[in-house]
Design a protein around this ligand. Structure first.
Ligand SMILES: Cc1cc2nc3c(=O)[nH]c(=O)nc-3n(C[C@H](O)[C@H](O)[C@H](O)COP(=O)(O)OP(=O)(O)OC[C@H]3O[C@@H](n4cnc5c(N)ncnc54)[C@H](O)[C@@H]3O)c2cc1C
Length: 541
């Protein structure tokens, strides 16, 4: 099916995919499926969207994903970046660690950006709402989910306030080919499917304060972590024109008391922040947790985002993980809904994403176990170790880490299989820029100074055509490549691992590399088998 072609829409379903929850994850998934021409209905229990900033930072991979849907992290009013190193300091002001969040990464975007979540969510919802086949239905509270072999049906009630149950409310139904529950931490869909959560028993309460400064305030580096056992504190931007302070509740502290406005201003006072120089936009206590569902799907219903996993926000990766879920689901559902692949493809959604998200849960907990220390002796011991490490440090700022996919649709015996692909600056057909922007996104096969088509038989070429893959030669010389690798990103990277070809997926992860023509042919045949593409699509005419 070509993009935006409604030709395969089946009127016996109300929609192709019903998404529960219009948070960042549900909204991104709607946009990605809408871009492919599928019918999507997003149902949201609240009739209007109220501002609930939680996430404030996302990483380079997310910037690349947002670029795909037209949100440019370098030039968007809701997103910014800062030059200072992200710094961890102890109560005495000594530096424990510094991380570079500003440099450009191999994804073609900066390591991290800061943003205002309500604005970004609105951006995604507006894009979704502008699409021909996407509907966002607000004030529709899902109260039941039923499934059969063909469909999944949501039962919902229209409501002005989902927290007040109306026993007389008329129950409406929404019959879809698939349901995705991106309905947050207390997910109705997850509970209905009886999908249990694993729990690492990490519980810390933090007071989160979102402020809009009205005058100049001095807060040290642009973004930093105060590892002071007397009161662990996070001081970061909250998106353009905004600041965020996060204060940990100390052992035995009354969380209700901590959450009062008076207590919030008291905590801010030593920072020189008061009602005369800042507006408190939001104050809320959150319990940070480390949990994930073992199973992410039952039949035609799946979960994504906070519905499937929760992590403490110390690595700034919770929403990022949810947005990765949306991308991972979207390309699979696109192939299935287009009749190109069967729905066993969804098995790998769970296996790949669960292991990937576990990495970030563990990493966030590791950071949390340093940040949340309230024992003075333990803190002093850790400070001494971190300061010693800083002394031996060669000054190269630590970069954020990237995770590997769990088992799924990628080649384990192939260099870089299951890793996030790099993105270089290239020139193609007279245009210069990021590969995604000037050559294209989606499945791609790159040949270093070689046209991949020359290595493939007609069946393999049909496979690539069936998944709308971009197939190009890349090199530094226009004589033997269609795409000029302006900064030698691809030639150097693949050259180091002896790869001649690179096969990447629509979520920017690497399916496989191949050292020679024969291997490329084999890998594409295997890709065909892994995707379980319908035979009629790949039998050469
Ligand atoms: C203090 C804090 C700081 C954080 N910082 C970061 C950070 O810097 N970076 C980062 O990546 N992540 C961060 N996170 C995590 C991030 O905020 C979440 O992972 C993300 O917002 C979850 O998005 P979601 O779309 O999965 O769920 P949500 O945003 O919770 O959306 C779920 C939606 O589903 C709707 N819904 C629920 N039930 C129903 C129903 N029955 N019917 C219809 N609709 C329903 C809800 O109303 C809601 O709109 C932070 C979290 C916290 C708490």
């Amino acid at each position: 099916m070509s993009p935006n072609s409604p030709s395969q829409h089946d009127s016996s379903f109300d929609t192709d995919v019903a998404i529960v929850g219009a948070g960042p994850v549900g909204s991104l998934l709607a946009v990605l499926l809408g871009k492919k021409g599928h019918r999507v209905t997003v149902v949201e229990k609240w009739p209007t969207f109220y501002e609930r900033p939680r996430a404030v930072t996302f990483d380079h991979e997310i910037a690349r994903i947002l670029g795909y849907v037209g949100v440019d992290s370098e030039n968007d009013a809701a997103i910014e970046h800062h030059e200072d190193l992200y710094s961890w300091r102890n109560g005495k002001g000594e530096t424990l660690m510094e991380v570079d969040w500003n440099s450009m990464t191999e994804s073609g975007w900066r390591t991290r950006y800061w943003f205002y979540q309500p604005e970004l969510e609105k951006r995604l919802r507006d894009i979704a709402a502008s699409m021909e086949h996407v509907e966002i239905r607000c004030g529709w509270n899902v109260i039941d989910l039923q499934q059969d072999d063909e469909s999944a049906t949501l039962h919902g009630v229209r409501t002005e306030n989902p927290e007040i149950e109306d026993p007389n409310a008329e129950v409406e139904q929404l019959r879809a080919r698939y349901v995705v529950g991106s309905d947050g931490a207390n997910s109705f869909v997850r509970n209905k499917l009886n999908l249990d959560m694993n729990d690492l028993g990490f519980f810390f309460d933090w007071l989160i304060l979102d402020l809009k400064p009205t005058a100049e305030i001095e807060y040290g580096p642009d973004h930093w972590q105060l590892c002071d056992p007397k009161r662990p504190t996070t001081i970061v931007p909250g998106g353009p024109g905004r600041r965020r302070w996060e204060f940990m509740a100390l052992p035995g502290e009354d969380v209700k008391e901590l959450a009062t406005e008076e207590s919030a201003w008291n905590l801010l006072e030593p920072w020189g922040v008061n009602p005369d120089n800042a507006i408190m936009e939001r104050s809320a206590v959150y319990r940070f947790q480390a949990r994930w569902a073992e199973q992410w799907r039952t039949g035609r219903a799946l979960i994504a985002g906070d519905a499937a996993h929760l992590m403490p926000p110390f690595a700034g990766e919770g929403m990022c993980a949810g947005l990765r879920d949306a991308v991972a689901l979207s390309w699979r559902l696109d192939l299935i809904l287009s009749g190109k692949a069967d729905d066993s493809l969804l098995i790998s959604y769970e296996t790949e994403r669960r292991e990937h998200v576990r990495h970030y849960i563990d990493f966030s907990m590791e950071l949390g176990n340093v940040i949340c220390i309230t024992d003075e002796d333990k803190a002093a011991e850790l400070d001494a170790r971190m300061i010693a490490e800083m002394e031996n440090w060669d000054g190269t700022p630590v970069n954020t880490d990237v995770a590997h996919l769990g088992p799924g649709i990628w080649h384990a015996d192939s260099a870089h299989g299951g890793e996030l692909a790099k993105q270089g600056i290239v020139e193609y057909q007279g245009q210069q820029g990021r590969f995604d922007d000037v050559v294209g996104r989606g499945w791609s096969v790159i040949g270093i100074n070689a046209d991949p088509h020359d290595a493939l038989d007609s069946v393999a070429s049909d496979t690539l055509a069936a998944i709308d893959a971009t197939v190009v030669s890349v090199g530094q010389n226009a004589d033997n490549a269609e795409v000029i690798d302006l900064e030698a990103t691809y030639t150097r990277w693949l050259g180091e691992s002896g790869a001649k070809y690179l096969i990447t997926r629509p979520d920017f992860y690497i399916y496989a590399t191949a050292a020679n023509d024969e291997e490329l042919q084999t890998r594409i045949n295997e890709l065909n088998d892994s995707l379980r593409l319908s035979p009629q699509l790949t039998v050469s005419k």
